[in-house]
Design a protein around this ligand. Structure first.
Ligand code: HEM
Length: 503
């Protein structure tokens, strides 16, 4: 079906392409890349499955900077630490924009959010407010009890499965954990995990995330693309997802505005945004739509990322049992020495091997492997090649963290010791390791994201050993990713827990 659509798009657009082609258009020396077809460019060659690995293959062939085309748009991919630094540090301002995307435009209320906003004065104000308030160390600490409570709840479920020697779905458990934490942090709402309200929230979130990950014809084929968006029902799907999302967010806002509302234990993020709405501290108006757009960033970015990271971590630990043993030994020795039954956020700083394990997990599978795409604001050059204004640029963080110059000859080996041997962190200044990005658009939720993944991850190593179900071997684990902004393991990870007695 997709092939037919592409064929029809090609035919319909070809005429317009030649009609509207400017004879004296500026000639650029673009980065090398695969030859494409007229009109559709390289669309037919792209693979949806594991795009970061696919682009890594192209980087091996065409170099650490390559370009390709989709329709009328030039796309560039960077795959080395040096060029990542050039883009995210030296030329950061020029690449601080986000590319055109019809779905992003609609879902984010016309880009009133932070993550998808163009690089505007409003963006800079909202980002500054985010760094000082929404994601400040103090605010991250206010929700510490929420994360720990939900992690304990998750461990109880694993305990029950261990008693029955049944497999647990680690992917599902982690998503429930992050959904519950995010609802409490963002809205001050404690849903019953298996209740209808939680199911509704998850469904809405799924719709929003899927619209964000879709390719819209109209972004690449400006003359006829809208017709194909309509014919393939993409427009209708986008509108339906947006309406469900908007109804839900409006209900949350109405509750927040309700004078009879019971004050939550901790001020949630939406309370803070509503205060900004009342105070109007920015140069441009901060409307209810702005509140919805910003809170949506927090929800979307907070649920998927931490869950995906822990699932990848547990997957690699099943494949590398000696790493699993070492990490378990550190965590278990620590609780014995301190007389504890649970690892808290404060304990994590005393677990150097575990902290190296977290970094190695984010190195080997950065959960947003292609970062969030940037758009070039004005014509520039990188590595001697022209990058025209408007070009979409992806940094392949997955490839960068396999750059042999920095990571040695076996970058695919899962070895936390790397981070004990050299002092490299994910704070955005070591360009060979950028799971949270770097520069002006670097993840503002880094601290919160790390806190959300550390406690469940550490406690998974504490009281249980894990086996693969049904005689499955580690080499049988499917390592494919589910394409989206945050890339999950496509098959859920199911493991059988066995209680261990730690004395
Ligand atoms: C393990 C967890 C997380 C990872 C790996 C992660 C990673 C990233 C990455 C790679 C980017 C793009 C950076 C760039 O363009 O250079 C990003 C952006 C962003 N992240 Fe995160 N993130 C995580 C958790 C969170 C959390 C918990 C929140 C908020 C609650 C959050 C909020 C955001 C926002 C708002 C942006 C857009 C920033 C901008 O455009 O200015 N992230 N994140």
């Amino acid at each position: 079906m997709e092939d037919i659509i592409i064929g029809v798009v090609a035919l319909a657009v070809v005429l317009l392409f030649f009609l509207y082609r400017k004879p004296n258009a500026k000639r650029y020396k673009l980065p090398p890349g695969p030859l494409g077809l007229p009109v559709i460019g390289n669309l037919h060659q792209l693979q949806n499955l594991n795009p970061q690995r696919f682009f890594y293959g192209w980087a091996k062939k065409y170099g650490p900077i390559f370009s390709y085309k989709i329709g009328c748009k030039t796309m560039v991919v960077i795959s080395s630490a040096e060029l990542a630094k050039e883009l995210l540090k030296t030329q950061d301002v020029n690449f601080a924009d986000r590319p055109q995307h019809r779905g992003h435009e609609v879902i984010s209320y016309g880009r009133r959010d932070m993550a998808l906003n163009h690089y505007t004065p409003y963006y800079r104000e909202i980002r500054k407010m985010g760094m000082n308030h929404l994601f400040s160390p103090t605010r991250v600490a206010t929700f510490k009890h929420v994360r720990e409570e939900e992690a304990r709840r998750m461990m109880v479920k694993i305990g029950k499965a261990a008693e029955r020697s049944e497999p647990v779905d680690i992917s599902e458990l982690m998503l429930t954990f992050t959904n519950s934490v995010v609802c409490r942090q963002a809205f001050g709402k404690k849903y019953n995990e298996d209740g209808e309200e939680m199911k509704r929230f998850i469904n809405i979130l799924y719709g929003t995330q899927s619209v964000m990950g879709k390719i819209f014809f109209s972004d690449f084929f400006p003359f006829t693309g809208y017709v194909f968006d309509d014919l393939t029902n993409l427009t209708a799907y986008m509108k339906e997802c947006f309406e469900r999302q908007d109804t839900y967010l409006q209900e949350i806002i109405d509750e927040t505005l309700d004078p009879n509302k019971i004050k939550p234990e901790t001020e949630s993020m939406i309370d803070l945004l509503m205060q900004i709405y009342k105070d109007q501290p920015f140069a441009s108006e901060f409307t209810i739509d702005n509140v919805k757009a910003v809170i949506l960033n927090i929800v979307v970015a907070g649920t998927d990322t931490a869950a995906a990271a822990v699932v990848w971590g547990m997957t690699y630990l099943m494949k590398y049992p000696q790493v699993m043993k070492k990490a378990q030994a550190e965590v278990r020795d620590y609780v014995i020495e301190k007389g504890l039954t649970f690892i808290t956020e404060d304990d994590v700083k005393n677990l150097p091997y575990f902290r190296a394990l977290v970094k190695e997990t984010l190195r080997i599978e950065p959960v947003i492997p292609l970062l969030v795409p940037r758009a070039c604001i004005q014509d520039t050059k990188i590595a001697g090649y022209d990058i025209p204004a408007g070009t979409t640029v992806n940094v392949n963080a997955w490839a960068v963290s396999r750059d042999e110059k920095y990571w040695g000859p076996n970058p695919d080996e899962f070895r936390p010791e790397r981070f004990l041997e050299k002092d490299v962190d994910f704070k955005g200044t070591d360009y060979e390791f950028i799971p949270f990005g770097s520069g002006r658009r670097m993840c503002p939720g880094m601290r919160l994201g790390a806190a959300m993944l550390e406690v469940p991850y550490a406690n998974l190593l504490l009281n249980y050993n894990f086996k693969l179900p049904n005689g499955m071997k580690p080499e049988d684990i499917n390592m494919d990713v589910m394409t989206g902004l945050a890339m999950h393991k496509s098959e859920h990870l199911k493991l059988v827990p066995e209680k261990v007695n730690i004395k």
